[in-house]
Write a new protein. Structure first.
Lengths: 747, 308
C-alpha cells in the first residue's frame, strides 16, 4: 500500500522494530485456546519460552492465575472488594482457572512438573486465595539460559463483573485468562519474582513478550484480540473456526468473542506533526526534525453491541480514538502498533457495563449507553482514557500493583488535556444529569451544597434508641420506590439546576481528590491504601492534579519536552517514580522536583491565602497585606495586588518555609499614589476568565497551583460582590420550593 | 344523580382540566399553598445564602456560573451549611393536610364558605385525614417494598442472564433495557396513584362525613379497582403537567439566572412556576374529590348540616 513519505518512514521503522523484537524476545507465549460456550469455559494449552535475563540462577517460576480471584467469595480480591461487591455474585457466576499439567519441554524429553505446583499468598497468607502459582524447576536456570514449559489448563469463566468472563447474551471477555509469568526483579542483589496476589484495588504487571495465539470459537462469533490476525492461518472445521493472532512487544494478550458484535473499520493517519506548533517547538528544543514526530497509519477496528450500532455512536467512538491518537501521538510519541481494537463491552440486564472500560495491548473496552447526550463526554471520556493506556501501561509498562499513578495518574492527566484540546471549542461539553435512561443535557445537578440526609435530619431530635434505628433505615427509600419519574418530579431539574456548567477534567480531578480526604502518600502498593477511595484518589485524581500544576509551573514547551522524553525512554520498559523524579529535576529544574516530592508526601497540604488587609477598606496612604501559608507545603507563589492606579506583583520563594508574609505599600511622596487597594489575589489566573477557552491557559480560578486545597481564601476585594451568592440562593430557593411542592402533594 | 353521572362520564383529561380550572378560580387557595411552601423554603435557604455570601462576595473568581472549584471548596470548608429541606417538607405536608381538608370540603363544590371556613373545616377533618395519611404511609411502605421485591426478582431471578440490548423487531425503544426503565416509571406512577387515592379517601370522609379512614380507604380502593385506567390517566396527566411547568419555568428562569442583570426576572419567572405547581397541588385535591361518586343532593353539604 502506498503511504505518504512521513507515515511510511515511521511505519517501516516500527515494523522492523517489531520483527526484531519477536526474534529476540526473552519471553514468548504460543497458545491454543478453545472457547466452549455451552460450559462458558476455555480449554487451553501454552508453550512458554523464557530466558533468564537476570544476573542470578532461578530455581522457581511464579505465575499469575488472575481468574482464580473469582473462584469463591473468600479470595483476597473478593474479601477486599467488600460485602456489597460480594452480594453481586451468585454461585453460578463464579469461575476460575485450573492448571492441569506443567511440563519442562526439553529438546530431548519432557519433565513433568505438575507435582511441584503450589500456591503462594505473599501479601496476606489467605489460604483461599490461589492467584499466585509457583512451579519448582528441577535445576536452576542459569543467567542467560532459556527454558520452555508446556502447560495445559481449563478455565471456567466467571460472570464479567471485573473485566473477565461472560456477559448476558453470548459474549465472552477473555482477559487474564491464561497462566502468566510474573516479573523477575533484582532486589537488593537477590532475584525476586514480582508476582502479587490479585487484589481488589490493583491492576497488573508483566514483562514484554511476543504472543502467538490460536483461538477456536463457534463459526458465528466475531472475535477481537490483541495483535494482528493472520488470515492465512485461519482454519474452519464444521461449526467452529480457528483464528491466529500474533503480537510482539506487548505484555498481555486479551480477546473478546460475541456473535452479536457489529464490526466497523476505519483508519487514522498518517499525520504530519508539522501542523502542530507545540510539536514543532518541542522538536526544536530536542534538536530533532519535526518529521520524527509524524504519526503513522493505524487501523481502528470498532466492535459495537447491536443496540449501540448507530451512525452517531460509530462517529463518536471513532472520533474519540482519533482525538486520542492525535494527542498522545504528538505529545508522547507515535503509536507503534498497526491497529487498535475498540470494544463496546457487554452489560447486565440493568444496563450496567460489565467489565467496564479497560485497557489491554492493542485492545480496549470502553462503554457507552443507549441514548448518549450530545454534550456529555460519554463514550468519549472512557474511550480517550482507555486508548491513552496504550501509552501509560501498554508501552510504558509500570508496576501497576505498586505504583499505579504512573499509568492511571499520567493517563488521567493526558486524557483531560486531550479532551480539552479536541472537544472544548467545538462541542463545549457540559455537566449532565442522569435520570434513569434520560440524560438531561446542560444540567449540572443541585447547587453543590451538602445535602442533609433525611434520616439524620430526624434522628437528632429523637431519643437515642430511635436515632440509632433511623440511621439503619433509609426513609425516603422505604416510603417511595426508586423511580426516575419521582426524581424528576421532586427535583424539577430543568427549572432548578444550574445550566451550562462546563465539563472540566481538571476541576473534576481536583474535586474527587479532595473529596477522598486521603492522608496516604500518593505512591503505595495498591492494597496498602486506607480504602478504595484513597486508592482511586491517589492513583488517578491527585497525580492528575499535580501534573497539571507542574505543567503550569514549568511552562508548556519544557514540560512537553520532558513528558515526551520520559515516555520514549520508558517505552518497552518498567519505569519507576524514582526515574520520573530524577528526569523531572534534570529537565524541569529543582523547583519542579521539590514541588512534586512535596505534593506526593503523606498528609501534604498546599494552601496559601490572604489573612487580612489593613486598613480593611483598602484606603489610606499605606496598606499592609498579610498573606499566610496554611498548609505544610511551601511553594513559590505569585500574588497580585490591584490598586486604583496600578497593579503590583510579589512572590514568595519556593524554599521559604515562613508562615506569614507582610506586604506593605506606601504611596511615594513624589510619585503617583497607589490609590485604593481593590483586590488581592494569591496565585491569580493568568489572564481574564475569557482565556479559559485557551487550551494551554488552563482552568480558572487558580494560576498555577490546582493543588491548593482551599481556593476560597486566596483572594480579597474591597467591594464585595453579592451577585454570586444571590444567584446561588435563588437556585437553592427554587430547588427547595420544588421539593416542598412535591411534599405538598402528600398533604 | 345527574352530577354523579356527569362525573362518571367525564374522561380523565377533562377531569384534570376541570380541576385545574376550579383551582385557578380560587386564587386565595393556591396563593396560600404557594406561601406555605415559600415561607419555610426561605427560612431553610437564607442561612445557607448568608454563608455563601460571606465566602464568595470577597472573591473575584466567584462568577455567575457555578464554579466547580470555589463551590466545591465551599462545601468542603463549610459542611455545616445545609438546607434542612426535610424538616420543611414535613411542616409543609402537615400544614397542607390541615388546609387540604377545607379545600376538599368546599373548593369547587358551590358550598358557601369563607377563607376562615377552609381552615376551620380543615381543622375539623384533620384527625381523620391524618389517619387516612397514616394508612397511605403504610400502603406506600408496602408498595415500595413490593416494587423493590418485584424488581429484584426480575433482575436477579427472572432475567439475570438476559441481554439488556435484546430488541423487539430490531427497535431500540423496544429493548429489554428500555422495558426495565419503563417498569421503574410505572413504579413512580403507582406511587403517585397512591397519593391520589389517599386524597380520595380524605375526600370521601369529607363528602360523606365518614369517620372511619379504613372504610374510606376500602371504598376508594374498591372504586379504583373498577377504574384503574382512569386513575392511571389522571395521575399521568398531573405528572405530565408538573413536568411541563418545570420545563417552561426552566426555559425562562434558568436562562435569566445566567445574567446578573436579569436575576430578578429569573426570580419572578421561578415564582410563577412555583405558583403553577401550587395550582396543580390544589387541582389534585379537587380532582381526587370529583372522581368519587358524589353523595345524594340532600347530603351534599354535610358540613352545613353539622353546623346546624
Amino acid at each position: 500500500m502506498s503511504l505518504p513519505f512521513h507515515g511510511c518512514r515511521a511505519a517501516g521503522l516500527l515494523v522492523a522494530l517489531a520483527s526484531l523484537a519477536a526474534q529476540d524476545s526473552p519471553l514468548r507465549y504460543a497458545m491454543q485456546v478453545e472457547l466452549l460456550p455451552a460450559e462458558r469455559a476455555l480449554s487451553g494449552r501454552q508453550r512458554i519460552h523464557w530466558t533468564n535475563t537476570s544476573r542470578f540462577p532461578v530455581q522457581e517460576l511464579r505465575f499469575h492465575l488472575y481468574l482464580n480471584a473469582f473462584e469463591s467469595l473468600e479470595t483476597t480480591h473478593m474479601r477486599e472488594a467488600g460485602e456489597e461487591f460480594q452480594a453481586q455474585w451468585r454461585a453460578s457466576d463464579l469461575g476460575g482457572i485450573q492448571v492441569d499439567s506443567v511440563k519442562l519441554d526439553d529438546a530431548e524429553s519432557e519433565v513433568d512438573l505438575t507435582q511441584t505446583m503450589r500456591f503462594e499468598r505473599p501479601e496476606d497468607g489467605n489460604p483461599d486465595d490461589r492467584t499466585v502459582l509457583v512451579v519448582e524447576l528441577p535445576v536452576p536456570v542459569a543467567p542467560g539460559a532459556a527454558i520452555a514449559l508446556r502447560t495445559a489448563f481449563t478455565a471456567k469463566l466467571p460472570k464479567a463483573n471485573r473485566r473477565s468472563g461472560w456477559v448476558p447474551g453470548d459474549g465472552y471477555y477473555c482477559m487474564h485468562w491464561f497462566p502468566k509469568l510474573g516479573v523477575l526483579e533484582d532486589r537488593g542483589g537477590k532475584p525476586v519474582w514480582n508476582c502479587h496476589q490479585f487484589h481488589a484495588h490493583t491492576e497488573f504487571f508483566a514483562d514484554f513478550a511476543s504472543y502467538d495465539v490460536e483461538i477456536t470459537v463457534p463459526e458465528s462469533f466475531v472475535v477481537g484480540a490483541t495483535g494482528s490476525l493472520q488470515p492465512e492461518r485461519t482454519r474452519r472445521s464444521g461449526a467452529t473456526k480457528t483464528l491466529a493472532y500474533t503480537a510482539d512487544q506487548v505484555h498481555d494478550f486479551a480477546w473478546v468473542a460475541d456473535p452479536d458484535f457489529r464490526e466497523h473499520v476505519e483508519v487514522f493517519g498518517p499525520h504530519s506533526a508539522a501542523d502542530d506548533p507545540l510539536a514543532v517547538a518541542v522538536a526544536a528544543r530536542q534538536g530533532v526534525p519535526v518529521s520524527e514526530f509524524d504519526l503513522p497509519r493505524t487501523e481502528i477496528r470498532l466492535l459495537l453491541r447491536p443496540e449501540h450500532d448507530t451512525d452517531e455512536q460509530r462517529r463518536r467512538h471513532i472520533e474519540a480514538v482519533r482525538c486520542a491518537m492525535m494527542f498522545y501521538g504528538l505529545r508522547f510519541g507515535p503509536y507503534p502498533y498497526p491497529s487498535i481494537t475498540v470494544v463496546d463491552p457487554g452489560r447486565d440486564v440493568t444496563g450496567r457495563s460489565l467489565g467496564g472500560g479497560m485497557e489491554y495491548p492493542t485492545l480496549i473496552t470502553c462503554g457507552t449507553k443507549l441514548f448518549p447526550h450530545g454534550r456529555e463526554m460519554r463514550p468519549e471520556g472512557v474511550t480517550v482514557h482507555e486508548f491513552g493506556h496504550q501509552y501509560w501501561y501498554g508501552l510504558s509498562a509500570n508496576n501497576e500493583f505498586e505504583e499505579s499513578w504512573l499509568d492511571e495518574g499520567l493517563n488521567s492527566y493526558a486524557e483531560g488535556r486531550a479532551q480539552w484540546l479536541w472537544y472544548r471549542l467545538r462541542t463545549f461539553p457540559t455537566e449532565t444529569q442522569q435520570f434513569g435512561l434520560l440524560t438531561l443535557g446542560s444540567v449540572a445537578g443541585p447547587v453543590p451544597l451538602a445535602q442533609p440526609r433525611l434520616r439524620d435530619s430526624v434522628a437528632h431530635v429523637l431519643p437515642v434508641d430511635w436515632a440509632a434505628w433511623l440511621r439503619e433505615v433509609d426513609m425516603p427509600a422505604a416510603l417511595a420506590p426508586a423511580s426516575p419519574l419521582l426524581s424528576l418530579l421532586g427535583d424539577l431539574p430543568m427549572a432548578t439546576y444550574p445550566r451550562e456548567v462546563p465539563f472540566d477534567d481538571s476541576l473534576q480531578d481536583r474535586r474527587r481528590w479532595l473529596a477522598a480526604a486521603t492522608s496516604d502518600p500518593m505512591v503505595l502498593p495498591g492494597w496498602e491504601y486506607l480504602n478504595r477511595a484513597s486508592y482511586t484518589a491517589n492513583s488517578y485524581h491527585r497525580p492528575a492534579t499535580i501534573l497539571r500544576t507542574l505543567e503550569r509551573l514549568v511552562g508548556r514547551e519544557i514540560w512537553w519536552a520532558f513528558m515526551r522524553r520520559f515516555h520514549m525512554e520508558a517505552r518497552f520498559r518498567h519505569p519507576t517514580t524514582e526515574e520520573f523524579t530524577r528526569m523531572l529535576a534534570e529537565m524541569c529544574g529543582r523547583e519542579a522536583a521539590d514541588y512534586f516530592n512535596g505534593a506526593i508526601a503523606a498528609q501534604a497540604v498546599l494552601d496559601y491565602g490572604v489573612e487580612r488587609v489593613e486598613p480593611p477598606d483598602g484606603r489610606g496612604p499605606a496598606k499592609t497585606i498579610v498573606v499566610r501559608r496554611y498548609g505544610s507545603q511551601p511553594a513559590r507563589v505569585r500574588i497580585r495586588f490591584k490598586f486604583e492606579n496600578r497593579v503590583a506583583y510579589r512572590e514568595t520563594r519556593a524554599n521559604d518555609t515562613a508562615a506569614t508574609w507582610r506586604f506593605r505599600f506606601e504611596d511615594p511622596a513624589d510619585g503617583e499614589a497607589f490609590g485604593r487597594l481593590l483586590e488581592v489575589w494569591v496565585d491569580p489566573p493568568e489572564g481574564s476568565p475569557d482565556t479559559r477557552e485557551s487550551f494551554e491557559q488552563g482552568s480558572w480560578p487558580a494560576g498555577v497551583y490546582l493543588t491548593d486545597e482551599n481556593l476560597l481564601n486566596n483572594a480579597w476585594r474591597a467591594e464585595p460582590d453579592h451577585g454570586p451568592a444571590l444567584l446561588r440562593g435563588l437556585r437553592l430557593l427554587l430547588q427547595t420550593q420544588a421539593r416542598l411542592s412535591f411534599a405538598a402533594l402528600a398533604g | 344523580m345527574e352530577r354523579q353521572q356527569r362525573q362518571r362520564r367525564r374522561g380523565a383529561a377533562r377531569t384534570v382540566a376541570a380541576a385545574v380550572m376550579t383551582a385557578l378560580k380560587h386564587p386565595r387557595v393556591w396563593l396560600t399553598v404557594w406561601l406555605v411552601v415559600l415561607l419555610p423554603s426561605l427560612l431553610a435557604v437564607l442561612p445557607a445564602v448568608a454563608s455563601l455570601d460571606r465566602a464568595l462576595a470577597p472573591h473575584p473568581g466567584a462568577s455567575m456560573v457555578v464554579e466547580q472549584a470555589l463551590d466545591v471548596d465551599f462545601v468542603r470548608q463549610h459542611p455545616e451549611v445545609q438546607v434542612p429541606w426535610f424538616g420543611a417538607a414535613v411542616f409543609v405536608a402537615l400544614v397542607l393536610l390541615l388546609f387540604g381538608g377545607g379545600v376538599l370540603a368546599h373548593v369547587g363544590r358551590g358550598t358557601p364558605h369563607s377563607y376562615g371556613t377552609l381552615w376551620a373545616d380543615g381543622g375539623r377533618l384533620l384527625l381523620r385525614n391524618l389517619r387516612a395519611l397514616l394508612i397511605g404511609g403504610v400502603l406506600a411502605w408496602l408498595l415500595t417494598w413490593g416494587c423493590g421485591a418485584f424488581e429484584s426478582w426480575v433482575l436477579n431471578d427472572w432475567l439475570p442472564e438476559a441481554d439488556p440490548g435484546a430488541m423487539l423487531f430490531g427497535i431500540r425503544l423496544l429493548s429489554l433495557e428500555v422495558g426495565i426503565e419503563a417498569m421503574r416509571y410505572v413504579f413512580g406512577l403507582a406511587f403517585l396513584g397512591l397519593l391520589l387515592l389517599t386524597k380520595m379517601a380524605m375526600a370521601r370522609m369529607a363528602l360523606f362525613e365518614g369517620r372511619s379512614a379504613s372504610l374510606a380507604w376500602l371504598r376508594v380502593v374498591l372504586w379504583m379497582l373498577r377504574h384503574p385506567l382512569r386513575v392511571g390517566l389522571v395521575v399521568a396527566s398531573f405528572a405530565l403537567l408538573w413536568l411541563v411547568v418545570g420545563y417552561v419555568t426552566g426555559e425562562i428562569t434558568v436562562r435569566a439566572l445566567e445574567s446578573s442583570s436579569m436575576i430578578w426576572l429569573g426570580l419572578a419567572a421561578g415564582q410563577l412556576g412555583m405558583m403553577a405547581l401550587a395550582i396543580l397541588v390544589v387541582a389534585s385535591l379537587v380532582a381526587a374529590r370529583e372522581m368519587l361518586p358524589q353523595p345524594a343532593p340532600e347530603r351534599s353539604d354535610p358540613l352545613a348540616e353539622e353546623g346546624a
